[in-house]
Write a protein that binds this ligand. Structure first.
Ligand SMILES: [Zn+2]
Length: 280
């Protein structure tokens, strides 16, 4: 349950007792922040569309408003829908992760309509456990379209993506909490972490144009550039969200975010072949 003292000033992040005071049935006055003297949460009077626009523009104030000063009860629905979207991209062989895997593992034609293999002059020389897992990402030659196999593969990919996300959130939370032991600051609840994650993960929606309008003729370079831009945007959004959430030094947040992202994609890369081996 939300505690009243957990409200925060959207400008400076200091805790606030109340967002507004009521004077009679129709008179509301927004509280001023004791620390920065600004209005604690100006977004209370804004239209949700404006809040959305500010979120897209990577505003930390709007993120604080959603994470601390609203109920945001639907975060878990958002969480599930975005896992589905991410899974869909990987399952279609159409995401930044697939482009990297196909290119590094030298998987030139993965029996799907989407070509996501970049023809680099450099060939990667991977150590053994990696090469085995690379082979696990190759789709078996299957020309008669067997819907059941594809459907099963969606569930496998879903578990794999979910594992990646769990690894990502746990790595961030554990590393950030370890750092907090050094500084004196309040704990961050797991509900808030999930809210911040779901909110920042909305940046994944920008992969939709390519997922919807990308065709078999779309060059892999175009896909790579699009997904790379979305990844960079998403990285900044997550960085802001974790600054808002943990209030740790910028450089530490950056390092933790980079390490957690690597851990996430590593996990997905190894889990998919693992489950496929288990089920075959
Ligand atoms: Zn303030």
């Amino acid at each position: 349950m939300e505690n009243k003292c957990e409200y925060k000033c959207v400008n400076c992040g200091k805790a606030a007792g109340a967002l507004y005071k009521t004077y009679g049935p129709s008179v509301l006055k927004l509280t001023k922040c004791e620390n920065c003297k600004g209005i604690v949460d100006k977004y209370l009077e804004y239209d949700p569309v404006i809040v959305m626009i500010d979120l897209v523009l990577m505003s930390k104030e709007a993120q604080r408003h959603i994470i601390y000063n609203t109920d945001f009860k639907l975060y878990w629905k958002l969480f599930i829908i975005l896992i589905m979207l991410e899974t869909f991209g990987v399952w279609r062989n159409d995401s930044l992760l697939n482009i990297v895997i196909n290119t590094v593992c030298d998987i030139q034609n993965n029996n799907t309509v989407n070509t996501t293999y970049l023809n680099l002059s450099y060939k990667f020389d991977l150590p053994e456990p990696w090469r085995t897992d690379c082979r696990g990402w190759v789709h078996r030659e299957n020309h008669d379209v067997d819907l059941f196999i594809w459907e099963k593969d969606f569930y496998i990919q879903c578990i794999s993506t979910f594992t990646g996300i769990v690894v990502f959130i746990s790595t961030v939370h554990i590393l950030m909490s370890l750092m907090k032991i050094c500084t004196v600051q309040s704990d961050v609840s797991i509900t808030r972490v999930l809210k911040a994650f779901s909110l920042a993960n909305m940046s994944l929606l920008f992969t939709l144009p390519m997922l919807v309008w990308g065709t078999a003729d779309t060059p892999p370079e175009t896909r790579a550039i699009h997904y790379l831009l979305v990844f960079l945007y998403s990285f900044v959004v997550f960085y802001n969200a974790f600054i808002v959430l943990y209030e740790s030094p910028k450089i530490l947040t950056l390092l933790v975010l980079a390490a957690s992202s690597i851990a996430k994609y590593q996990a997905t890369f190894h889990v998919t072949p693992f489950i496929r081996r288990l089920l075959s």
